[in-house]
Design a protein around this ligand. Structure first.
Ligand code: GNR
Ligand code: NI
Length: 171
């Protein structure tokens, strides 16, 4: 297992649009190892989800665990939202935008189709925090960050705050 470095805003690599995972690739030990490394990185951070894009792997998959006990790991490969309904506002954070939190409006309920870590096709209907997290991670796969939903002025304030945090951490 290995902890992977997480890219941080405004790193341009976070803007890469990820490509679909080749289904035959899922069974390769290197891919399964990467999933384990991403879970370790997510749990250690700690976070409730981690998209491959955040660890500079530009393929369409992510790991999620929204359980309290941190004992319900879920893998979503090549996710597609088939249906969405309703709206919810959730105060989001992101491991790629550390220390920043802002309200984001997203669909309240989604139906998502994906491949699991065995390469099996799955379809789930979910709501609440899991629905928020899946939408947040799918945005990463398209090169989008939650701060993109803020005004350009607020986004610039976020960029400056992160730059200042990094200067202070280095001093
Ligand atoms: O750990 C995380 N918490 C979180 C809280 C509200 C909405 C979305 C998230 S995802 C985030 C981890 C992360 O950055 N995933 O990309
Ligand atoms: Ni994120």
């Amino acid at each position: 297992m290995a902890l992977l470095p997480i890219l941080e805003f405004p790193d341009p690599r976070l803007r890469t649009k990820a490509v679909a995972v080749e289904p035959t690739h899922i069974h390769e030990p290197a891919f399964q190892q990467r999933l384990d490394d991403m879970f370790q990185t997510m749990y250690e951070a700690p976070g409730i989800g981690l998209a491959a894009s955040q660890v500079d792997v530009h393929q369409r998959f992510m790991v999620i665990d929204v359980s309290e006990e941190k004992n319900r790991p879920q893998v979503f490969i090549n996710p597609e939202i088939l249906d969405k309904a309703g709206e919810q506002v959730y105060q989001e954070g992101c491991l790629s935008v550390p220390g920043i939190f802002a309200d984001v409006t997203r669909a309240d309920e989604i139906t998502v189709r994906f491949l699991d870590r065995q390469g099996q096709a799955q379809e789930l209907h979910v709501d609440g925090l899991l629905a928020v997290c899946i939408q947040h991670e799918m945005d990463h796969l398209d090169g989008k960050l939650f701060v993109d939903y803020l005004s350009p002025l607020k986004r610039e304030m976020v960029r400056k705050k992160l730059a200042k945090q990094r200067r202070q951490a280095a001093a």
